[in-house]
Design a protein around this ligand. Structure first.
Ligand SMILES: *[C@@H]1O[C@H](CO)[C@@H](O)[C@H](O)[C@H]1NC(C)=O
Ligand SMILES: *[C@@H]1O[C@H](CO)[C@@H](O)[C@H](O)[C@H]1NC(C)=O
Length: 267
């Protein structure tokens, strides 16, 4: 494993000068390379303070992401300073299938609390609808029903690192297999100490693992049976033990999402 590069901080200022410069953290360890079309609603955003945060396209004009991805302290970023990227497996170089948008409006859940990450969810309305149908972008289907423990789900994330031998930069999407864990177990004292609420799901590695997402992949969407079930909110642990990833559970926010969209879009 190329843990050697686990120190630098990831900024796109650095990324855009990437060749030859210090590279940011790997964002994901292990995993399997995604193929085109596997996760057509998986997207990512960039803001003035975050070079990368995951998101999911849920409507031609809206992506779902985390509150913590669009806030700078207690204020939201200006929407026009947020870039939304869908339809691409690579962070760079960008592929011709990529659809890049600017934000038009940012809607943060009003009950988001940063210290315990409750209601860590936000919508970003884009300045121009995504072009659909598309070979690489498709709207997420949001799951409405309960996701049971032990269901095995998939988490696409992105990975940016230089392979040591060739000096080549890897920036592609990879996915991890994530088993949903029992909430009570995740809430045990040596794990998440009661922080995993009903509006969250806990899943992924409980023990040390060489297949895990790192904090650079917060916001990445979790899919179970091809339905959007969560967005990774904390515990993006790079494979450490006793810190399993915790997801904002989309089901719990479906009504809020529908109401916020309906208020803005007539269709
Ligand atoms: C973020 O917030 C800080 C403190 O309020 C402010 O000084 C800074 O300009 C903000 N940064 C951006 C990019 O908005
Ligand atoms: C926020 O919390 C208040 C008080 O608990 C509740 O009445 C309200 O419905 C919540 N808002 C949303 C959008 O869930």
């Amino acid at each position: 494993m190329t843990y050697a590069i686990v120190f630098a901080v990831c900024t796109f200022a650095v990324l855009s000068l990437a060749v030859g410069a210090d590279l940011p953290d790997p964002l994901l360890v292990g995993g399997t390379e995604s193929t085109w079309g596997s996760f057509p609603s998986a997207a990512f955003i960039r803001t003035p303070t975050l070079s990368f945060c995951g998101a999911a396209v849920i409507h031609p004009e809206f992506v779902l992401t985390l509150a913590q991805c669009v806030l700078n302290g207690t204020a939201t970023h200006l929407p026009e300073h947020v870039e939304i990227i869908a339809g691409d497996l690579n962070v760079f170089p960008q592929s011709v299938e990529r659809q890049t948008r600017s934000g038009r409006e940012i809607i943060v859940h009003r009950n988001f609390t940063a210290f315990n990450l409750r209601n860590d969810i936000a919508l970003v309305r884009v300045d121009r609808a995504f072009k659909l149908p598309s070979n690489t972008v498709e709207l997420a289907v949001r799951r409405k029903r309960i996701t049971p423990s032990e269901e095995v789900c998939l988490l696409p994330g992105w990975n940016i690192q230089r392979t040591t031998t060739s000096g080549k930069i890897e920036s592609g999407q990879k996915y991890l297999s994530v088993e949903i864990l029992d909430r009570d177990m995740c809430n045990e004292a040596h794990i998440h100490e009661g922080r995993v609420r009903e509006s969250m799901l806990c899943g992924g590695n409980l023990f040390q693992s060489s297949n895990a997402a790192c904090s650079g992949n917060l916001g990445c969407p979790l899919y179970c049976g091809e339905q959007l079930v969560g967005l990774m909110s904390f515990g993006a642990n790079c494979g450490l033990a006793n810190d399993p990833p915790v997801f904002s559970q989309v089901r719990y926010f479906n009504r809020w999402i529908d109401e916020e969209i309906l208020e803005r879009v007539v269709n």
